[in-house]
Design a protein around this ligand. Structure first.
Ligand code: DLZ
Length: 210
């Protein structure tokens, strides 16, 4: 096996995503690059068996909005899941600023015995995708710093993996190369693919650890 000094080493395990539910929340700034990153992430989610109806995609204006969107999507899915399928929440811990899930309504559809591909199940992982390109002012530094810290806080507060799919680059070419759209002979590597794989791996780990 060849060894590389830098970059991600492929896992020996092929994680199975067939029973996972994953959200992708993306910014709309720098949309051409964003679209390629989303396509890369979705391709790898599907390759690992995540079903179409278990991939939920939402957009927000810019990267600064990503942490709140991730937080609310995680909380919202838990609340919906609680009212639709209470037993699916059995093993989950809530911490931080979560309000407790709503009590299930008496008329709710009886919960399935086994977790299956259903809308409203809690998310096993969320991928936050944004592209921040340095400009002439300090905007970039402030947004990068606050977004990265806030996304880490969301995953630690909720216990749901939040994959850091935010490119923080110095120019357009760096962004294009990291989305597999490089303008030179080398198109670069689409990091969205890594994020899709990371979501399945972390979603699987957290299920096992819960
Ligand atoms: C304002 C701004 C700037 C200058 N640059 C970017 C960027 O490169 N990538 C990105 O995702 N968003 C950018 N934004 C928008 C902010 O993230 C945010 O949407 C606005 O400040 C509104 O809160």
């Amino acid at each position: 096996m060849s060894s590389t000094l830098k970059g991600l080493v492929k896992s020996d395990v092929e994680y199975d995503g067939s029973n996972l539910r994953v959200a992708i929340v993306h910014a709309r700034w720098n949309k051409v690059i964003i679209d390629a990153l989303i396509a890369g992430a979705v391709a790898k989610l599907k390759e690992r068996g995540v079903q179409d109806n278990n991939i939920v995609i939402e957009s927000v204006p810019g990267s600064y909005e990503l942490p709140l969107a991730c937080s609310r999507m995680i909380a919202g899915a838990h609340v919906q899941a609680a009212s639709n399928a209470p037993d699916l929440l059995g093993g989950l811990n809530f911490s931080g600023s979560f309000s407790p899930p709503k009590a299930p309504s008496r008329t709710a559809t009886p919960a399935p015995a086994v977790a299956v591909a259903t809308p409203n199940r809690p998310f096993d992982a969320v991928i936050a995708i944004g592209v921040l390109i340095k400009g002439a002012t300090m905007h970039f530094e402030y947004i990068c710093e606050s977004v990265s810290h806030a996304l880490m806080k969301v995953q630690l507060d909720t216990g749901v993996p939040v994959i850091f799919g935010v490119l923080t680059v110095l120019n357009d070419d760096q962004a294009l190369e990291r989305a597999g759209l490089g303008r030179g002979a080398e198109k670069g590597h689409n990091h969205g693919e890594d994020w899709g794989l990371a979501a399945v791996e972390m979603g699987s780990h957290v299920r096992r650890w819960s």
